[in-house]
Design a protein around this ligand. Structure first.
Ligand SMILES: NC(=O)c1ccc[n+]([C@@H]2O[C@H](COP(=O)([O-])OP(=O)(O)OC[C@H]3O[C@@H](n4cnc5c(N)ncnc54)[C@H](OP(=O)(O)O)[C@@H]3O)[C@@H](O)[C@H]2O)c1
Length: 303
């Protein structure tokens, strides 16, 4: 018999949903430091609607949007989370997870109970006329980030998701890897594709800032996948060497330069210094790639 609630780490029999679950929630009266804004609570399992699924989460990825949500800045997501769903006085963050499908709502044909899935944060109405006409879902008025703009995110035993967020988990990914690849993967993919004039081509040099960050470490293998040449910018030799292990052809340690800043606000001496340092920086790229060729794409991934 299915219990009302299961300990964290335990799973009910496949396809059987308990009444309650443990979740890390935020509430309006706790907004502020993420250390105190998040609290573990027991809440009811969300009600399933047509076109939705319930996932038993195995791992969840973290994202900056959890910090913003906890701070309540730039907006209070608890107050806003009624827009796409039944209004709740709490919000569950978490915009990427991996897990097992436990229930499917009417109309869901792509997945069945028991499927192992990677869940990304892009949630939208697949029947939106704009999307149906072939437009990028990001431009649909129904587009929202699950776990930030939409409730029932991944920081809970169970989540409510839509099929458009899910892909079947490849066997070679473990649960943690599967929970941490969608947001960065999609973000980087979009930085390299579908931007007129900046679509990645074979042989392109791609300069990746923050090479050993989340976006950067996803970018390096993806750039390689497209037959292009990743050169990374990092803040230490150690991070640079790690990027080389991931496939970067070389790295530039940004700490040896000090010419950053807005050139519009520089006096003549500062500007001359900027030009000299920028020239040195450019020569480092040429040295790494072995020819006088400039980067064609610079995906930005700065915090
Ligand atoms: N992760 C995602 O899925 C995702 C999706 C959409 C948007 N974003 C946005 O993309 C940005 C990066 O995300 P992330 O997950 O890659 O974050 P991250 O893991 O914290 O990486 C950020 C990188 O930026 C570099 N950095 C920090 N300060 C810098 C400075 N002053 N100059 C140059 N580089 C600096 C750091 O590398 P060094 O100190 O070694 O240079 C760090 O590795 C964030 O603004 C995030 O909100 C992320």
């Amino acid at each position: 018999m299915v219990k009302d609630i299961y300990d964290v780490g335990q799973l009910p029999p496949l396809g059987e949903l308990p009444k309650y679950m443990y979740a890390w929630t935020i509430r309006t009266d706790r907004l502020g430091s993420p250390n105190t804004a998040f609290k573990q609570e027991i809440v009811e399992i969300p009600k399933l609607k047509e076109g939705e699924m319930i996932i038993a989460n195995r791992m969840a990825g973290v994202n900056y949007n959890g910090v913003w949500a906890a701070l309540g800045k730039p907006k209070n997501v608890v107050e806003d989370n009624g827009d796409y769903d039944e209004r709740q006085d709490f919000h569950i963050c978490g915009s990427e997870t991996s897990g097992i499908v436990y229930a499917v709502g009417a109309g869901v044909t792509e997945f069945s109970v028991g499927d192992e899935v990677c869940v990304g944060g892009a949630q939208y109405d697949e029947n939106c006329p704009l999307i149906k006409s072939g437009e990028d879902p990001c431009f649909s008025p129904s587009y929202r980030i699950w776990g930030y703009e939409a409730n029932w995110g991944g920081f809970a035993q169970f989540s409510k998701v839509k099929p458009c967020q899910c892909v079947k988990k490849p066997k070679f990914l473990d649960w943690a890897e599967a929970a941490a690849c969608t947001a960065t993967g999609v973000t980087v993919y979009r930085m390299l594709n579908r931007w007129q004039g900046n679509e990645i081509r074979k042989g392109d040099i791609v300069l990746v800032w923050g090479g050993y960050g989340g976006i950067g470490t996803s970018a390096i293998p993806l750039i390689r996948h497209f037959g292009a040449i990743p050169v990374v910018v990092v803040s230490s030799e150690e991070k640079g060497e790690k990027c080389i292990e991931l496939g970067a052809v070389g790295y530039i340690n940004r700490k040896i330069y000090d010419h950053w800043g807005d050139i519009n606000n520089m006096d003549e001496r500062q500007y001359r210094h900027w030009v000299a340092q920028a020239g040195k920086f450019k020569k480092e790229i040429y040295k790494i790639v072995g020819e006088k060729k400039d980067p064609r794409i610079v995906p930005m991934s700065l915090s």
